[in-house]
Design a protein around this ligand. Structure first.
Ligand SMILES: O=C(O)COP(=O)(O)O
Ligand SMILES: [Mg+2]
Length: 223
């Protein structure tokens, strides 16, 4: 069946397994304060709300009483300085991503990315994997005045892609993705392979265990 829908993908934990690079940057930040490292598992749950939120959560975790006095704004800058040149050193696409994107395009879907990462980082990563030209729009966490879970981030990304919320499926692994979809009156598909909690699935219109399931499950959501 030919589709005229728009499939909007979240990036971290949905298209890209970015955890190893993000966790290494977090550990470098901790080391710079003389703090012990945290595991990847600890960092995993901090990804999906943007760099600012990651830094705030990190500070709450390692310095809950503010005794070390880690400055959030400086730490955001430090994170970006560390992360930008190495965003694809260890990170890779989740299995089946390229095939699923090609299948969706062949079925007539338009594709977009709506991520809380800075747009420059998102573009650099998509360029690295040779995927940029597949996407009609790329909405980063700094592309609009607001970001997910605010639906205006998703609505702006949809508009740039020439799509319509009623024929859009947002595919994402975290609550901001599912809440943005709900607020934008778009459909949502929970990316169960990502960094989220399986319980998030009940906030979505559907759930996919693997990227390879996305074309069929997304089509089913638009009927
Ligand atoms: O938390 C981030 O920086 C990005 O997360 P997202 O790509 O899952 O929106
Ligand atoms: Mg995500």
């Amino acid at each position: 069946m030919t589709q005229s829908g728009l499939a909007v993908f979240d990036m971290d934990g949905t298209l890209l397994d970015s955890l190893p690079d993000i966790a290494d940057c977090v550990r470098e930040i901790l080391a710079s304060h003389g703090l012990p490292p945290v595991s990847d598992a600890v960092v995993r749950g901090m990804i999906g709300n943007g760099v600012q939120a990651l830094v705030e959560t990190l500070i709450r975790t390692v310095d809950p009483h503010g005794q070390i006095g880690i400055n959030p704004d400086e730490t955001v800058q430090q994170f970006l300085r560390l992360y930008m040149p190495r965003a694809t050193r260890l990170s890779c696409l989740f299995p089946g991503t390229e095939d699923a994107l090609e299948t969706l395009r062949a079925q007539g879907w338009q594709l977009a990315v709506c991520t809380n990462k800075p747009e420059a980082a998102a573009r650099q990563i998509l360029d690295h994997f040779g995927l940029t030209s597949l996407f009609a729009s790329i909405g980063g966490g700094d592309s609009f005045p607001v970001r997910k879970p605010n639906p205006a981030h998703l609505l702006g990304t949809i508009e740039l892609a020439g799509g319509h919320p009623a024929s859009t499926v947002m595919i994402g692994d975290m609550m901001p993705d599912l809440l943005a979809a709900k607020g934008a009156s778009a459909r949502s598909l929970f990316a169960a392979w990502g960094y989220g909690n399986p319980a998030f699935a009940k906030e979505a219109n559907g759930s996919a265990a693997r990227m390879a399931e996305v074309p069929e499950k997304a089509a089913a959501l638009l009927g």
